[in-house]
Each structure stands twice: as structure tokens, then as C-alpha cells.
Design a binder for this molecule. Structure first.
Ligand SMILES: Cc1ncc(COP(=O)(O)O)c(C=O)c1O
Length: 417
């Protein structure tokens, strides 16, 4: 048995198998936008550890910042103590958002969403939060109550959080979205939900991804985002944007909300923020970030090693944004040049790109599995999203040559279906 197979066998013996792995990659090491498995085979990374490794693997500046911090201290906890690094990174984050803000650090995306729910309820003293169908916000009880892209993620775990509602996210495949999706959903929300079912004065927040990631790279119309912001402002409802996947340069802007010209009240971050170390954050308007002393905290949030990496990430990513858009265009052009009848749409912003595969107007799940597996066999790593969308989230620093070689292989595998 080769090394990879024996690790996979042991994995099934010792790890709970609740994951959804697409193919048997057993990683040994990675550098830049290349990943090597335990047999020494090289792969082009069009996934970046699910959108985490924005600066690529083994970035020298990240390594030396973390090493330097390691020689000072690993951990002490912001819950009861102070350190300057936490202030520096928070100051930097706040300088990147369009409002006077404050930060709360977490360890993951789901924990950022949980924190945002508590902040929203605590600040407004209202209990309802309205989310959107086909979303992914995480897998703990609060965030899971809004996660709705696959029912396996929630079906066994009820009861979920009460006082939550989901309304449709604008997606052209949603049957209610045939004509004018944005105004249909906005008037449903205003005229049916907030006039008949829930008093808007009981609603703490609207929680949504500005572009759905796990749900299949779904980009809402600008009128929807702006209309939602307007409803939120009218009723004193907070706009909570989950930028765990879209944030930190992924879409060619520092944050995806910038594409829509809206201003959130709370922004949930994680993934790329810590440069590969576990770090999340909620960045919110100062007046909203007012949970009282002792009401929310965590032991590890704002870990110094992760913050040292984040300081480099926040320094470097803004310098990359125009290249992110150029590289995204290279990939989109290649994918758009296929003649495969199974491509319903290639969509994305920056380096968050989805190829929607459909067969006879239905999601082509088996096609997605074949494309991912065959691309893997040919040395390209990508994963799926939604029911049948090839999801591409390469490192933001991916070289043009690797980006075009990787996407050409994926394109060929789609054509081979
Ligand atoms: C938009 C979004 N929110 C939240 C999460 C949950 O993040 P984590 O897996 O770090 O808990 C994810 C993870 O993919 C995500 O894409």
C-alpha cells in the first residue's frame, strides 16, 4: 500500500468522518501556489486551503513575523490582559472599513458569526435575525441556524436557534427569480415578512454573504444589496455581512461589500485573515460594538502568532488587488472559451470564481465530481460549491502561468464530460 492510502485508512480509523472530501489528496508540503502530496506529486493550488492562503504557502514575510512573535510569547489571552499586537491589527482593520469601528477577535468563521449574532441582539435588544436561503455561515448552533446550502448540514441537529427566518437569496436559478429578482425579494421581505409576520422593531439584523461561496458563487444584484441596506436603515436593523470567504481581497476588493456600494454595520471575517493560522474577527461600528463587560470573550481569540501573520496579510493584500482582478480575468477568459454544453455560467469576482455545470437545466452533480477528480489526477486542486459548481479560490499571488495552466486543465476536463 502506498503512503497516501495507508494514511487515508488510518484517518478513517481515528477521525470522525463527517467531512466531505472530494478526492484522496494527502498533503505533505506546499510552497507558493504549489502543493505536494506524500508521494512527491505536484499540484497547482486552485483552492488555497478553501480560500485561506491568500499570500500563498510558505510566504517568507509571514514565516518571519510568526517566528519573531514565537520568540516573544505564544499566548496570553485578551480576555484578561492586553498586548499591542492586538491593537495594531485592529487599528489596521478599522482603517480599511468605511466607518469608525472596533474589533472582536475569534478563532474561526463560525465563531465570528456567533459573535456577530450576540453583538446584534445585545446592542439592539431585539431577538429576530433574518438570513437568506442557500447560505453558508458555519456549523455551530447560531450560524447553523442560517446555514441552508445543503440540508445535511442542519437536518439532524434541530432544534436550531429560535427567532430566525430565512428569505430567498437572489439567485437566477431560484424559481421566484425569473424576472426581477431583487425587487421581488425585497418586496416579499418588506410587504409580507416585515408587515405581517415579524414586527421590524423585533429584528436585530439581516445576516448574509455579499457573494455566496459554499452556495455556489452566487452574486446578488447591486439593487438587491442597496435595497436591503435601505430597509435595514429604515427599521434600525443591523446589516451583518459574512465576509469570511469573500473578505481580505478575495474578490479583488478588500471586502466584497465595496462592489455594491453598501455599508455594513458588522463584518464577519476569518479564513484568509490569519495567513493560515486560525483567526477570525468581527469588525463593527463602534457604537454597535457595545456588549458590556463580561458578556462575551474567548480564550484564544486574537492569538499572537495568528495576529503576527495577520499583520503581514493586511499589509500585503491591498498591494495585490489589481493583480487579483487581472488574474481572475485570465481564468474567466479561459473558462469562458469552452464550448461545453454543460457550462451554464462562469461567474465570479476577482479570484472567487465558479463554473456552474448543468445538464438538461438541472445541477450536474456527477459531472462536478468527475471534473474535480480528473483535474486532481492531472495535478490541479479545486473543490465544489452549491450543487454542481466548480469553485476556484487560488492564492491571490498565483502566477499567471499556473493560473492559466490550472484553469485550462479544468476546462479540458469539463469538455471531456
Ligand atoms: C461565508 C462563510 N461563513 C462562515 C464560514 C465558517 O467558517 P469556519 O469553517 O472557519 O467556521 C465559512 C466557511 O467556509 C464561510 O464560507
Amino acid at each position: 500500500m502506498n503512503k497516501a492510502l495507508s494514511i487515508i485508512e488510518e484517518d478513517s480509523k481515528y477521525l470522525m468522518q463527517s467531512f466531505s472530501r472530494w478526492y484522496p489528496l494527502v498533503i505533505e508540503r506546499a510552497k507558493g501556489s504549489l502543493v505536494y502530496d506524500v508521494e512527491g506529486k505536484e499540484y497547482i493550488d486552485m483552492n488555497a486551503g478553501i480560500g485561506v492562503m491568500a499570500l500563498g504557502h510558505g510566504n517568507e514575510k509571514v514565516i518571519s513575523a510568526v517566528q519573531e512573535q514565537m520568540s516573544k510569547f505564544f499566548h496570553y489571552s485578551l480576555t484578561d490582559f492586553y498586548y499591542d499586537l492586538a491593537v495594531r491589527v485592529a487599528r489596521k482593520l478599522v482603517s480599511m472599513v468605511p466607518f469608525q469601528g472596533k474589533v472582536f477577535y475569534t478563532n474561526s468563521g463560525t465563531e465570528s458569526v456567533e459573535a456577530s449574532l450576540k453583538i446584534a441582539r445585545g446592542h439592539t435588544r431585539r431577538q429576530y435575525v433574518i438570513g437568506f436561503t442557500n447560505s453558508f455561515h458555519g456549523r455551530t448552533f447560531g450560524s447553523m441556524s442560517f446555514t441552508s446550502s445543503k440540508y445535511v448540514q442542519r437536518s439532524m441537529f434541530s432544534p436550531l436557534l429560535p427567532s430566525t427566518l430565512l428569505v430567498p437569496y437572489p439567485d437566477r436559478h431560484n424559481p421566484i427569480c425569473r424576472d426581477d429578482c431583487a425587487s421581488a425579494i425585497l418586496s416579499y421581505l418588506e410587504d409580507w415578512i416585515l408587515r405581517k409576520m415579524v414586527d421590524p422593531n423585533d429584528v436585530a439584523g439581516f445576516l448574509l454573504e455579499p457573494i455566496q461561496g459554499e452556495g455556489g458563487i452566487v452574486i446578488p444584484p447591486t439593487e438587491f444589496m442597496q435595497g436591503l441596506e435601505k430597509i435595514a436603515r429604515k427599521h434600525g436593523i443591523l446589516l451583518i455581512l459574512d465576509e469570511v470567504q469573500t473578505g481580505i481581497g478575495r474578490t479583488g476588493r478588500m471586502f466584497a461589500f465595496e462592489h455594491f456600494n453598501v455599508e455594513p454595520d458588522l463584518i464577519c471575517l476569518a479564513k484568509a485573515l490569519g495567513g493560515g493560522l486560525p483567526l477570525g474577527a468581527v469588525v463593527g461600528r463602534s457604537e454597535v460594538m457595545d456588549l458590556p463587560k463580561g458578556s462575551h470573550a474567548n480564550t484564544f481569540g486574537g492569538n499572537p502568532l495568528a495576529l503576527a501573520a495577520a499583520e503581514v496579510v493586511l499589509e500585503e493584500v491591498p498591494l495585490l488587488l489589481s493583480r487579483v482582478n487581472e488574474r481572475g480575468k485570465i481564468i474567466m477568459d479561459i473558462l469562458n472559451s469552452t464550448k461545453s454544453k454543460y457550462i451554464d455560467e462562469v461567474r465570479g469576482k476577482g479570484l472567487m470564481i465558479g463554473v456552474d455545470l448543468r445538464k438538461q437545466d438541472k445541477p450536474f452533480e456527477e459531472g462536478l465530481e468527475r471534473v474535480l477528480m480528473n483535474s486532481f489526477t492531472r495535478g490541479v486542486l479545486a473543490i465544489g460549491a452549491g450543487e454542481s459548481v466548480v469553485r476556484l479560490l487560488p492564492p491571490l499571488v498565483i502566477e499567471d502561468e499556473l493560473a492559466s495552466r490550472g484553469s485550462s486543465i479544468i476546462k479540458q476536463e469539463i469538455e471531456n464530460l
